[in-house]
Design a protein around this ligand. Structure first.
Ligand code: ZN
Length: 658
């Protein structure tokens, strides 16, 4: 059996994850938070994830999943707890384990682990001690008041704000803090591990001497590190200095301000991303609290995932200078890659969030963010168009650049919306953009999923067909969906198939639906075209190669959201007779009554679709082809498709007679 949790949690043993997921009853888990009423085999209630008056939130006890038909949120018990409580996967598992009284046997810790664990505790203690000491110095010492406090006052920080963010000051006397900490019982090794002290010629010095201090908190409000800003104009020293990476402080996984912002982010369903400590603090003071900074590093995927626990929407606030923007465009791509929405706001030249907030009233700032933030495609297009101006070659490069960004979006529907928008803004045919996009997607998925996927008709399809059709229609999108529906719903079920033995006598053998479908497609060298469809198909192939039919749970709980959402879609959709069956006058009383017939006609429909769209194109290409090699390949493909067509016609004949 497949377990999706494995990659998430190294601490909880896999067999425990399995028993937690098996014990969890979705209706019990959800009903702690949502009032559910029975409707048929399902339960319904008001969705906890969006505002609604009539229930569209559905729980299926049989499948162990929830799905909201209003906002689209869906998943299993663990997913529900993650979404509802903003828990990580391990945290959700622990919650469920407690609920179902499953003991999570922690591995016995090694001696090194115990030492490391103790070191972490001691580092947290020292960081807390240091923060308190720095705040004391700021408010109580002459030096702190004269230098540190007057700097914060200059920035218009109120005392309540300074206290809330636990700002401080570290004395300029080379080792004052180190001395005090040592005298208070903190050992040298911990002072060095946290980076609060540095050692030089057997002597401890304060890392942050003469700097104002910005403590950096983790999600639970513990101080994990510090940022220190120098106030003089000494050119030899960096303006900002941060604690070094340590057991408790991983820069790439830390967001400045997240502890103070998380509730507002969740409530407002948007996270504002700024550059500096003072931007975060000024905006907070102005009452705009859903704001964090990726201080110390450029934005990382881990930081984006922290934000994703609270919202799917990020608005990046850029200073009004161009130099910084180009460097941080990568951040937009990374956010899109995580399946989140991103908007961008550019402050007027010479402004940053900090200065802007100080010069405007809160309502003005909120209005400004609301009105001036642009979706990424308008932003990027405008930014790059300025550079490309009227140079056609540069413009072509720009188009590729933007299509590349669109290709990173996991959700096909969003991609198509952005393609339309891009076509309008750049005045380029939508189809041209789609072709470019599909090329990128296909090559990426080929590389990602299976480096040695065979070349297929779908992949070598020409870029400019005669009559443009919507991408989904053209690529047999619906036919692929129907086949996936059969795989997910009936994959493990046995079919009884007829054959003849070596003596020519009729014989019967068993094969699973999954084998039957996957082998049939492989035989005709066909793969699905739509990226998520292809991923699921590949997961089936891999499973069958390893001797297991992947369980539907594997897809429902899959870490890639496009896979799990599609799987849930396909499992919850009412099974409808495909149009094809009506067209071919196939009488099907219910799908389970004649599963094989349903599968056959779906396979047939899929293949007809490919032939229908590909054969005319192929004929034209053959006429136009001049080089021998190209002609050979086209002829091979033509023969393959034609064989398929003959076979299909034969089959159709039989089906109709029956
Ligand atoms: Zn909902």
């Amino acid at each position: 059996m497949y377990l999706s949790g494995i990659i998430y949690s190294s601490l909880i043993p896999n067999h425990t994850i399995a028993s937690i997921l098996e014990a969890s009853r979705i209706e019990e888990v959800v009903s702690e938070f949502v009032n559910l009423k029975r409707r048929g085999s399902n339960l319904i209630g008001l969705c906890p994830f969006h505002q609604e008056k009539t229930p569209s939130f559905t729980v299926s006890p049989a499948k162990g999943i929830f799905k909201c038909f209003g906002c689209g949120k869906a998943g299993d018990s663990a997913k529900f707890i993650m979404e509802h409580e903003h828990y990580s996967y391990p945290e959700a598992l622990k919650y469920l384990a407690r609920k179902y009284q499953i003991e999570i046997e922690e591995r016995e810790q090694t001696a090194e682990e115990i030492v490391a664990m103790n070191a972490r505790e001691r580092m947290f203690n020292l960081n807390l001690f240091a923060q308190q000491q720095f705040t004391n110095t700021l408010f109580e010492s002459d030096e702190g008041r004269a230098i540190g406090l007057s700097y914060f006052k200059e920035r218009d920080f109120r005392e309540a704000t300074i206290r809330k963010f636990q700002l401080g000051y570290c004395s300029d006397k080379r080792d004052a803090f180190s001395q005090y900490a040592t005298a208070s019982g903190y050992s040298e090794d911990i002072l060095l591990l946290t980076g609060l002290s540095v050692k030089h010629n057997e002597q401890l010095y304060d890392r942050f001497q003469g700097r104002v201090i910005f403590p950096i908190h983790n999600l639970t409000g513990k101080v994990v590190g510090f940022g220190g800003r120098i106030l003089g104009s000494e050119k030899s020293k960096a303006k900002y200095l941060n604690s070094p990476e340590s057991e408790v402080y991983a820069k790439s996984k830390t967001l400045y301000g997240i502890y103070f912002a998380k509730n507002a982010i969740s409530k407002l369903d948007n996270c504002l991303l700024v550059e500096g400590y003072t931007d975060v603090i000024s905006m907070h003071q102005a009452g705009i609290e859903n704001v964090v900074a990726s201080s110390g590093t450029s934005l990382t995927t881990d930081q984006i995932r922290i934000i994703r626990r609270y919202t799917n929407n990020i608005t990046i606030l850029y200073d009004g200078d161009k130099a910084g923007i180009n460097a941080s465009l990568r951040g937009i791509d990374m956010i899109l890659e995580e399946g989140m929405n991103v908007r961008v706001l550019l402050f007027p030249e010479g402004n940053d969030p900090d200065s802007y907030v100080r010069r405007h009233r809160t309502s003005e700032v909120e209005g400004f963010i609301q009105q001036e933030s642009k979706d990424f495609i308008s932003f990027k297009t405008r930014l790059l168009l300025d550079e490309a101006s009227n140079d056609p070659i540069k413009k072509a490069g720009l188009i590729k650049e933007i299509v590349h960004t669109i290709s990173l979006i996991p959700d096909a529907i969003y991609r198509s919306v952005y393609v339309k928008e891009c076509s309008r803004m750049l005045d380029v045919e939508e189809l041209t953009l789609l072709n470019e996009l599909n090329k990128l997607l296909r090559s990426r998925f080929r590389k990602q999923i299976s480096p040695d996927l065979p070349e297929t008709a779908a992949e070598t399809r020409p870029q400019e067909p005669e009559t443009p059709k919507p991408a989904e229609e053209k690529q047999g999108y619906y036919q692929e969906r129907e086949l996936l529906k059969l795989l997910l719903n009936y994959g493990a079920q046995d079919l009884l198939l007829e054959t003849t033995d070596e003596n020519g006598f009729p014989a019967v053998y068993r094969e699973t639906v999954a084998h039957y479908i996957i082998d049939d497609l492989a035989h005709d060298k066909l793969v699905f075209d739509h990226p998520t469809h292809l991923k699921i198909m590949q997961l089936y192939s891999e499973g069958l190669d390893n001797g297991v039919v992947p369980h539907e749970q594997h897809f429902i709980s899959h870490p890639e959201p496009d896979i799990s959402l599609l799987a849930i879609d396909l499992l919850t959709e009412r099974y409808e007779l495909s149009k094809n069956w009506e067209r071919h006058k196939i009488f099907v009383k219910s799908i389970t009554e004649d599963l094989k017939q349903s599968i056959d006609s779906n396979l047939l429909d899929f293949k007809s679709k490919i032939i229908e769209s590909r054969l005319p194109e192929l004929m034209q290409q053959l006429e136009a082809a001049t080089e021998g090699d190209a002609q050979d390949n086209l002829l091979k493909e033509y023969k393959n498709l034609n064989d398929m067509k003959v076979k299909i016609n034969n089959l159709l004949g039989k089906v109709i007679i029956r």
